[in-house]
Design a protein around this ligand. Structure first.
Ligand code: ADP
Ligand code: MG
Length: 318
């Protein structure tokens, strides 16, 4: 198969029909239209073999995780995903790998009606860049810059599971059900689109947790020119992390990336209505702290002591 046959066979089927796609894969460029009264939200992510995934992983998982990580940024903006571009660099033309890869891509995108509208295919060390597009009603995108002193900080789900899976990649003797529970978090994360209506109605700022709660909350604080104080015992920790990490579990929950849960802020005066909406929608989230005027991150301990919090998280050039 040459490059063009490969695109036709593996990727063209993922160019699903959408009203807003006039022209998808196969021409020099895609032709698209943004629905009336909406804004286009765009984000790109590069995944490099050996950095973001391991080359021996099932290609299905590599593709699946890549899509989920990418669309999580769209969820954090309060937007809905629509179109995907894929720039793929492959060391060779391996049909078995490409089949699994395109399956993972398809099964991750189909539930969201995401259409693969184009990309680029090149030969080289295994890496991929996914560019995701989405729509948000005009003026309703949620940025990192809207948090105000007094806002409460919330986080969806439980944290640290993906980091535990990474920590166990080279470990033997871990009970299989425990390893599988956290590998599922690492390989098949679920972006929190269930929070979309809640975010749009109540969030003053939002971010998805890709680098670790501490690092990502730090982004909100910098973007909003505020600080934050977290309550140590309120931080939701994945049960496996609690079980294996003991007293340091909270550190893994704070520094561990790849969970793709949401961290967002809600104004104090909106809290009763916000809680009511969560209840009605069957959504649970944890109130983990408060935004304050003083810059920097702090941790409030069970004793009542407040200490500065070092921002730890993954940094490529750290
Ligand atoms: P050109 O040489 O004109 O840039 P390409 O050969 O790169 O065209 O791509 C041909 C078509 O296939 C384009 O529509 C492009 O968007 C699409 N395409 C190429 N690689 C991929 C890929 N990995 N996934 C999806 N679409 C792709
Ligand atoms: Mg090209």
């Amino acid at each position: 198969m040459n490059e063009f046959e490969l695109i036709e066979y593996y990727f063209r089927p993922l160019s699903i029909a959408r009203e807003d796609v006039t022209l998808g894969i196969g021409d020099d460029a895609a032709v698209l239209s943004v629905p009336a009264n909406h804004e286009l939200v765009v984000s790109t992510d590069t995944l490099v073999s050996g950095v973001h995934f391991l080359p021996h992983w099932d290609a299905y998982d590599i593709a699946y995780k890549a899509v989920m990580a990418t669309i999580s940024d769209i969820a954090a903006m309060g937007a809905e995903p629509s179109w995907l571009l894929l720039a793929l660099t492959l060391p060779d033309n391996n049909p078995a790998w490409l089949k699994r890869f395109s399956q993972g891509l398809s099964e991750a995108s189909a539930p969201y009606r995401i259409s693969l509208i184009g990309g680029d295919t090149t030969r080289g060390p295994l890496a991929m860049t996914l560019t995701i597009h989405g729509f948000v009603p005009k003026g309703e995108a949620i940025s990192r810059s809207g948090a105000k002193a007094g806002d409460r900080i919330f986080v969806s789900g439980a944290l640290g599971g993906a980091a535990q899976a990474v920590a166990w990649l080279d470990s033997a003797g871990i009970p299989q059900p425990d390893r599988e529970a956290v590998m599922e978090k690492l390989l098949h994360p679920k972006p929190r689109f269930d929070f979309l209506p809640i975010l749009r109605s109540f969030a003053t700022a939002a971010i998805d947790i890709s680098d670790g709660l501490g690092a990502d909350l730090h982004h909100i604080c910098q973007g909003s020119k505020v600080g934050a104080t977290l309550t140590r015992q309120a931080i939701p920790i994945h049960p496996i992390v609690n079980q294996y990490q003991g007293v340091t579990a909270v550190d893994m929950a704070l520094a561990g990336g790849d969970d793709y849960e949401l961290c967002f802020t809600v104004a104090e005066k909106c809290l009763p209505e916000f809680r009511q909406h969560c209840l009605e929608m069957g959504l649970t989230c944890s109130e983990i702290g408060v935004i304050d005027k003083t810059p920097g991150l702090r941790m409030k301990h069970t004793s009542g002591d407040v200490t500065p919090l070092q921002v730890a998280g993954y940094q490529h050039f750290g």
